[in-house]
Design a protein around this ligand. Structure first.
Ligand code: ATP
Ligand code: MG
Length: 417
């Protein structure tokens, strides 16, 4: 038991972690370029925050949250998504008083109690961005452009951007009535969760994963046909902006997103290469969320992208990630004097920015050469009593196999990287 990892979680071992570092580095570089600044928020928040923002009738709040009481009796929840905590931090720290827009990025673990399967974990990782204070659809286009640019930089090709508008509270009200009318005749056939949603939030039924419910909502009225003038104009603007930036898209009226806070723009980026869990990135606009949690009315738009799913897509597409070999020199030592001298030499190398290593588990000389190969060392230096008496070391270039004796003082000049 104590040597088993909890269900739905994964270790990222050194054989994989370089991939994570690569993906995160490309993302950070791109965020710098687009002027998004990093924000870090706690792993847990007051449960109420997610109930309010993500929504009481969503799958996440209804059945996926890791909530607990702490010893002080506070009900806390491990963050199930990245946006709400950023909105909380933006509001609490009064960042709305700074020059707008405010643009943030984050890389964070998220927690959802789900049925684990490929690309679906209980602890997973999201990277994402948020723009606050811009009502204009240029902000939405910028957010989408960064996501597409990021995936493009990683070499992912078989992607599809799907966009939709889910309107605003005013036009959604009319849509809600039409939707309820459509769903009513089949009310008894829906799952219990959806029966509960019928009055409270019928749009959530469209997002239900039960095959029965999915079939029953086929042919339901579309939000796009109910948009008010303002939302209609916004959607046209978005499409025009994407076209101006030469970003291909597909209008998909089926995208409702799994969180309640979205307004107007909703989008997903889907990969065709990993099957059912193909949605790599999801995002949209949330014009009332800041207000909803107690801040001043401030529009917002952003996306969240699952790192595990991204790595699956990259693997399926056969994209190889550059692995940096970091050992410059292995110092092979024999005898006590050799060890002391080698230790000092390694320390000096490291101060000089050279990635040096020495055997610390007691291999013989042959073993130390093998170890040098294992580490992909570019050079091996051999130091023993004989060498020290003569004031020399033996230097082997591991790429050319060329070996020579050089004076101790000359080592630093001989080794060039
Ligand atoms: P799905 O419909 O696949 O459940 P979702 O709508 O719940 O996805 P979001 O809440 O939009 O997903 O989260 C954004 C991204 O985070 C997803 O596109 C996906 O890449 C990733 N993600 C969501 N849930 C998980 C999970 N349980 N395990 C791994 N990645 C996940
Ligand atoms: Mg989900």
């Amino acid at each position: 038991m104590i040597t088993n990892i909890p269900k739905g979680t994964k270790d990222v071992l050194p054989s994989q972690s370089y991939k994570w570092q690569y993906v995160e580095r490309i993302f950070r570089e791109l965020c710098d370029l687009y002027l998004f600044k990093e924000i870090r928020t706690p792993i847990f928040e007051h449960t109420e925050l997610f109930k309010r923002s993500v929504g009481d009738t969503t799958d996440i709040v209804e059945k996926q949250m890791y909530s607990f009481d702490d010893y002080g009796g506070r009900n806390l929840t491990l963050k199930p998504e990245g946006t709400s905590p950023v909105v909380r931090a933006f509001t609490e720290n009064k960042l709305f008083a700074e020059v707008q827009p405010s643009k943030f990025y984050y890389i964070t673990p998220c927690f959802r109690y789900e049925k684990p399967q490929s690309g679906r974990l209980r602890e997973f990782h999201q990277l994402g961005i948020e723009t606050f204070g811009a009502a204009n659809m240029m902000a939405d286009a910028e957010v989408i452009a960064l996501a597409m640019d990021f995936l493009d930089k990683l070499g992912i090709q078989d992607l599809q951007l799907r966009i939709n508008s889910i309107g605003c509270p005013s036009c959604r009200q009319k849509y809600r009535v039409a939707l309820q009318e459509f769903l009513k005749p089949n009310y008894d056939a829906f799952c219990d969760t959806c029966k509960g949603r019928y009055d409270r939030n019928p749009m959530r039924i469209l997002d239900c994963k039960s095959p029965v419910c999915q079939q029953l909502v086929e042919g339901a009225p579309k939000m796009l046909d109910y948009l008010c003038e303002e939302c209609q104009t916004a959607f046209t603007d978005l499409k025009n902006n994407l076209t101006a930036m030469e970003i291909p898209y597909l209008v998909d009226s089926g995208i409702v997103r799994g969180l309640d806070y979205y307004t107007k723009t909703a989008f997903e980026i889907v990969s065709n290469s990993i099957g059912a869990q193909g949605t790599v990135c999801g995002g949209g606009r949330y014009d009332h969320l800041v207000e909803e949690i107690g801040g001043p009315a401030t529009p917002g738009v952003g996306f969240g992208l699952g790192i595990e799913r991204l790595l699956l897509v990259m693997e399926a597409a056969g994209i190889s990630i550059p692995k940096k070999e970091t050992t410059d020199v292995l110092i092979a030592v024999m005898g006590e004097r050799g060890k002391s001298f080698g230790l000092k030499l390694m320390h000096d190398f490291r101060k000089d920015g050279i990635a040096a290593a020495i055997d610390i588990v007691g291999r013989n000389l042959k073993g130390q050469f093998k170890y040098a190969d294992r580490l992909h060392a570019k050079y091996t230096i051999v130091i023993g009593d004989n060498e020290l008496d003569k004031g020399i070391v033996s230097l082997k270039n591991m790429q050319t196999s060329e070996q020579k004796e050089i004076s101790i003082d000359a080592i630093r000049n001989e080794i060039k990287f």
